[in-house]
Design a protein around this ligand. Structure first.
Ligand SMILES: *[C@@H]1O[C@H](CO)[C@@H](O)[C@H](O)[C@H]1NC(C)=O
Length: 172
């Protein structure tokens, strides 16, 4: 969106972190931590490739955590498949993210945005989703009721219906 605003008709954020010109990633991270601070780590794991006294470098979702906080309303088969496919995620420093995510009104801000909210999300809480859409308002917010975080697994028909409607509306 920042680099190729003219090539994007609409950006759809599906229960995703949504920084913007007036909402930087460090503020989002702080809020994210504040909303989820009481959540146990369960079987998630961190890797410390730079040494035990340095910040963690990679993060792995554990099967139990996925089942409890991401896939709790999705078919068990999808969760089961996911446990075989999840990959470690590199942890980027906040300084690196701030540099890459310098978002301008003129470029990022010129692209239409839709935010898809998920009602029963235990990973990115609906309250936090609403907080992001208040502080970085998109053109449209749609809510998928009864969805966990993995909306493409728990409510695939509803999500594809919304994507079709959004594509028709914003196609230019
Ligand atoms: C992020 O935004 C907050 C609030 O506007 C501001 O206080 C803070 O300095 C910003 N952080 C960076 C790294 O730009």
């Amino acid at each position: 969106m920042e680099h190729f605003p003219n090539k994007i008709s609409v950006a759809v954020f599906v229960t995703a972190l949504m920084p913007g010109p007036t909402l930087n990633i460090s503020t989002i991270n702080q809020q994210d931590q504040a909303f989820k601070k009481k959540r146990p780590l369960l079987d998630n794991q961190y890797a410390y490739d730079d040494g035990p006294n340095k910040p963690a470098t990679r993060f792995f979702f554990g099967p139990r955590y996925l089942a409890t906080y991401l896939y709790q309303l999705s078919p068990p088969q999808d969760w089961n498949l996911a446990t075989t496919l999840v990959r470690p995620r590199k942890i980027f420093s906040e300084e690196d993210m701030i540099k890459v995510l310098a978002l301008s009104h003129r470029r990022y801000g010129s692209v239409s945005r839709v935010f898809v909210m998920t009602e029963k999300d235990l990973s990115v809480y609906p309250k936090f989703q609403r907080w992001m859409t208040t502080h970085n308002p998109p053109n449209r917010v749609v809510e998928i009721s009864g969805s966990d975080h993995m909306v493409m697994m728990s409510k695939p028909i509803q999500l594809s219906h919304h994507l079709q409607t959004i594509a028709n509306h914003f196609d230019s």
